[in-house]
Design a protein around this ligand. Sequence first.
Ligand SMILES: O=c1ccn([C@@H]2O[C@H](COP(=O)(O)OP(=O)(O)O[C@H]3O[C@H](CO)[C@@H](O)[C@H](O)[C@H]3O)[C@@H](O)[C@H]2O)c(=O)[nH]1
Ligand SMILES: [Mn+2]
Length: 901
Amino acid sequence: MGSLEAASGAAGNGGGVADQALALEIGAGINGQQHKAAAAVVARAPVLANGGAGGKATKKKISPKDRYWVAADEGEMEAATADGGEDGLRPLLYRNFRVRGILLHPYRLLSLVRLVAIVLFFVWRVRHPYADGMWLWWISMVGDLWFGVTWLLNQVAKLNPIKRVPNLALLKQQFDLPDGNSNLPLLDVFINTVDPINEPMIYTMNSILSILAADYPVDKHACYLSDDGGSIIHYDGLLETAKFAALWVPFCRKHSIEPRAPESYFSVKTRPYTGNAPEEFVNDHRHMSREYDEFKGHLDALFTVIPQRSDKYNHADAKEGAKATWMADGKQWPGTWIDPAENHKKGQHDGIVQVMLKHPSYEPELGLPASANNPLDFSAVDVRLPMLVYISREKHPNYDHQKKAGAMNVQLRVSALLTNAPFIINFDGDHYVNNSKAFRAGICFMLDRRDGDNTAFVQFPQRFDDVDPTDRYCNHNRVFFDATLLGLNGIQGPSYVGTGCMFRRVSLYGVDPPRWRPDDAMIVDSSNKFGSSLSFISSMQPAANQSRSIMSLLALEESVMAELADVMKCAYEDGTEWGKEVGWVYNIATEDVVTGFRLHRNGWRSMYCRMEPDAFAGTAPINLTERLYQILRWSGGSLEMFFSRNCPLLAGRRLHPMQRIAYANMTAYPVSSVFLVFYLLFPVIWIFRGQFYIQKPFPTYVLYLVIVIGLTELIGMVEIKWAGLTLLDWIRNEQFYIVGATAVYPTAVLHIVLKLFGLKGVSFKLTAKQVASSTSEKFAELYAVQWAPMLIPTMVVIAVNVCAIGASIGKAIIGGWSLLQMADAGLGLLFNAWILLLIYPFALGIMGRWSKRPYVLFIMFVLAFIVIAMLDIAIQAMRSGFVRFHFRRSGGASFPTSWGL
Ligand SMILES: O=c1ccn([C@@H]2O[C@H](COP(=O)(O)OP(=O)(O)O[C@H]3O[C@H](CO)[C@@H](O)[C@H](O)[C@H]3O)[C@@H](O)[C@H]2O)c(=O)[nH]1
Ligand SMILES: [Mn+2]
């Protein structure tokens, strides 16, 4: 995801839109048979209940997150009704909202005022080139200029935030048929995993269960698990999951339960019942809970069952040589073996594709009534399951496998041959469907008649379950997901953040959007762009045709299997455009931003969709070091993109100018750290000498800084209002920006400099999500410290600022300062203290378990101040003799900042 998280240096958050629920409620009274005009009425009702014609909706309490939003598409709605209303096929399936003038105008005005202020500040500085060290003055001028420009880039992309709310009721009414069938388009769901240990399998299997149980026509969606480890644990785990799904999915349908990932479902204690069989619920629930525990037991057991089983077969098969790993059906596992062997080890094995659940029939199939060995009554529930496929692509040491991007491109080809849905949604292995209506929400945007056809992807926010209550390391990224992305939504659309994103299949094939495509342009050209599979190539045209709504029941004959094997081969992509013009983009640490960028560059747009309850949820690394590695990957990838042929500044005219600005900001932002670290380390001068001014006259300089920083905070406060954030969300964002800028971004900059000189850059690692499962303690991971060189720069910044405070106290005690000097010194102290406040979460982080008692940190700080003050006094006394010390001149020189510019 989001190389951009930190690009949003200022504030924002938000969240959900209670609108979803409202949209549902408004539509509830209208059944499928009613006339289309009714649909128009539904669509016209203000979905965000702000009084007026909303019927039921007016009674609903307005959530604080919606308070400052107002409908922005009345005109479109009227036009749609005027030209004959909604023509059944192309209704208006979502509503647009903009920020109310009462916040929007001050927001824009304050931004303008700040712009004027920083320009004046610059002019003033240029006219007063006076400082105690001109070289420092020059560095700070360049730094300030950089901060000024990046602030502007960041701010302009947020000046027109747009929220869009899908109208699920209308979608249902228009596309679901009375006979229980549906006209909704096909949807292929991709999910990725690599490693059953680092990405605990229970997450992935929960995610798959939530996908299989999603509220989408069962014969219209298929789930593809890509296992990059080729491990039999995943394969057998998937078999268990398919078995368990036969119970779980009908249970979800029967009782309309949410969320449909069992682990999350069972961890919620109370929830209102919304299903149709309340009298059976308690028993069914109890039974399912037992079944789920058993299922988890089976998954855990795989780690012992498989080796035992293999031993048995190996014994029977007592040939000399490697110890094979065996499948339950008595065949050798074609993927990696537990005892690695030639052609059966990580990075070297055959491709595997297995249809675990076949495509279901088109007619609903009711289940069985309750019986002795089946206590759940499914006689009124459709028990069909969507298609489920296991994929592990071929791996060979001679190839760079391009990590996740490579895996997804294989999924793209395999699914094209099997189901070829016009829409695709992708998930990381640790992200599950939290709102079973989410797939439908995405489809609303794709089918809308306004910009639907030109929409390449619909991005949902990343939400996380496992984050500590105060979100110490800003894992939620609220400012990014609830302010920045709404801003982009008002331009060409949000960037792609890697997971929870619905794509239009053909856009990934490098096809132009209809807006830029001459009518009937062939999407397939004859070159070797797509590789040699004829079946794949002939699947492309049908995929472009979204009205195709029947998934063919494929007979998996030998010939099909052979073709599948072919498109999974490493060599398939040789000499093709895969990873360049086609599919997910290669050779970059963050495939997501650049893949989304390429789509925007081709003229496609994207849509941002937040729902209530959240569409999807996942797990985040809550250990400081893992978190830092994660943002290292994002920031490194961003810079790689900026200094590549995918640089936003080089894109053609199809990229919206504002979108270009936003991309420039979200790829170049780590450079700021170079100046920031300079400012944060500047107080070091204070330790060694007294008065030192970076800019004179100092009081005017400070005044400008106060204005400029104050305005940032003010803008932030307006932003948290419209974005629906809390103050804490915003502070966390500021804090983690500084932590990232000291600990991580310098490394990212180093990485890119090395790369530009043709040397090997920093290597990026998979984010481990393993919770310290041996302990039952909540958030145990939060207190684990893992040492890494990245921690050092931030620790140095802390040390410098602590010492500066101590030294200034020492100097104040013996310095014989004037009032003015005291005031200057006070400002300096304020700056040091502010830095410490921003880096506070980091300081807690490196304290490990001690951080459970944050007061320990304060005691340590105070002790450090005292010790250093005494040291400083002692040193001064030694240097100047006891007689002369009160002549010493000192001043408040440790206030160099303007990083907030
Ligand atoms: O060789 C690989 C490596 C990773 N993955 C999968 O890629 C996903 C993301 O990897 P992870 O290490 O979890 O990265 P995160 O930092 O958690 O991911 C964020 O950042 C990535 C970009 O760096 C995006 O791709 C992700 O969607 C986004 O959630 C996981 O499902 C992995 O299983 C593979 O399939 N094959
Ligand atoms: Mn992840």
